[in-house]
Design a protein around this ligand. Structure first.
Ligand SMILES: [Zn+2]
Length: 422
């Protein structure tokens, strides 16, 4: 069985209304990291609707704790589970393929900043808006649309194809870790993260930590008798920014990031502390995300960050206490082999649909691709639609880009897995 790229594109286009309806329903699920179950329950029957049996892979931190790449959980397991839906061919003649995608979304911030409620998907000017519309519910929908389009053409992959929907990608990666530990015998993995139809060639490492500073409370009338940990946090942050600048210096760069303007980002994402405007506060807690280059170990990053914090504190009043707490990402960076035959086939599928080779992207964030690369040694990359404002306000995904990505995925299944009649 063989279809022209035009036939595949037409089959995808014929499905577009349905796909957008599926995406809108998916966006409506309030699947914030740690409470993703609504989205998993939404997807399970949709995957079964593709004729696939689904398996639930529980998130079991006690079991994962000793696994490589484990990141300390931010939320209780709470009975949450990942999904794996597998297609098995009648006769396997091609190569197998896994689509992996996360269903969790990040907080929306204040709703009044959005043009419309963030979980109420809306189509406007060729885009679908909503939290998660880009990152990355659309990518999962593209993969499912590609499979369904083949079915409507009377075909199915002539190799195993899996759909792995996972939890907690946005703060630990433990959903994919649980899936990988269950064993993942696949010959290629594609994660449709919304990276503008580029193939990801590398990703940075990410460490999360919280820094708790304890000062000495006092009435502001006698402010000099107290020690203000919030003011100390401002100094600690400035010290960390110096370390960030150091790591970004051209001579300290990893080769994959030479062309980037600012690949390593330290983000003070949360700060809380203080009790009263007229009291020198007791405690300040900083939630920090630290990026670092591939090849650098998580342990050495912890050391460097703690050293930088202590160096700043040494310049401040000695009555400040400090405590480091590590929950969330402990994710090393890595590079991906885009010359592997599987990745070349994906690039080739992109070229058939678009007429040009895909761009390559050294990503300045982490993705779950690290588990497949570093634990399973499988050829893996991210390839997904164009989007904007991910993690921001008025997040969107381009509908025409979804159409192209879905077509590339159908083409890739034809080229890599082969097809057989249903
Ligand atoms: Zn994502």
């Amino acid at each position: 069985m063989h279809f022209s790229t035009r036939q595949l594109a037409d089959a995808i286009e014929a499905l577009e209304h349905e796909s957008l309806d599926v995406l809108a329903g998916f966006v409506a699920c309030p699947s914030f990291s740690g409470s993703e179950q609504t989205a998993i329950e939404y997807l399970e029957p949709k995957l079964q609707g593709l004729g696939l049996a689904t398996e639930r892979i529980p998130l079991d931190s006690a079991q994962l704790r000793t696994a490589p790449l484990y990141s300390p959980s931010c939320d209780p397991d709470g009975g949450r589970y990942n999904l794996l839906a597998e297609h098995h061919p009648r006769q396997a003649s091609g190569k197998s393929l896994l689509f992996n995608g996360h269903v969790d979304i990040v907080p929306t911030g204040p709703e009044h900043l959005w043009s419309r409620p963030p979980l109420q998907a809306a189509v406007k000017d060729g885009r679908m808006y909503g939290r998660g519309a880009g990152d990355m519910k659309s990518g999962i929908v593209c993969a499912m649309a590609a499979f369904e389009a083949l079915r409507r053409l009377g075909a199915q992959p002539a190799a195993k194809v899996g759909f792995n929907a996972v939890l907690e990608e946005e703060n630990t990666g433990n959903g994919t870790l649980a899936s990988v530990m269950r064993t993942m015998p696949y010959e290629a993995v594609v994660i449709p993260e919304p990276f503008d139809e580029s193939l990801m060639s590398a990703q940075v490492g990410v460490l999360w930590l919280s820094i708790e500073l304890t000062g000495s409370p006092a009435h502001v009338a006698y402010m000099a008798s107290g020690v203000n940990p919030i003011e100390a946090a401002i100094a600690v942050h400035a010290g960390l920014k110096k370390l960030e600048a150091e790591w970004n210096r051209p001579e300290h760069r990893h080769a994959a990031y030479r062309g980037h303007e600012h690949p390593i980002n330290f983000n003070l994402g949360r700060i809380e502390g203080g009790e009263w405007n007229s009291s020198v506060p007791c405690v300040c807690r900083m939630g920090v995300r630290v990026g670092f280059f591939p090849g650098v170990t998580v342990e050495s990053v912890k050391q460097a960050v703690e050293q930088a914090v202590h160096a700043t504190l040494a310049t401040l009043p000695s009555r400040l206490g400090v405590r480091f707490d590590y929950k969330g990402f402990q994710a090393p960076g890595c590079e991906f082999d885009l010359e592997h035959p599987a990745m070349r086939a994906l690039a080739g599928a992109h070229e058939k649909v678009n007429g040009t080779q895909p761009r390559r992207l050294a990503m300045t964030a982490t993705t779950d691709a690290r588990h497949f690369q570093l634990i399973s040694g499988l050829p893996v990359t991210c390839y997904g639609p164009q989007s904007g404002n991910i993690h921001g306000v008025d997040e969107w995904v381009s509908i025409v880009s979804m159409r192209r990505v879905s077509t590339v995925m159908a083409q890739f299944m034809q080229d890599w897995c082969g097809l057989e009649p249903i």
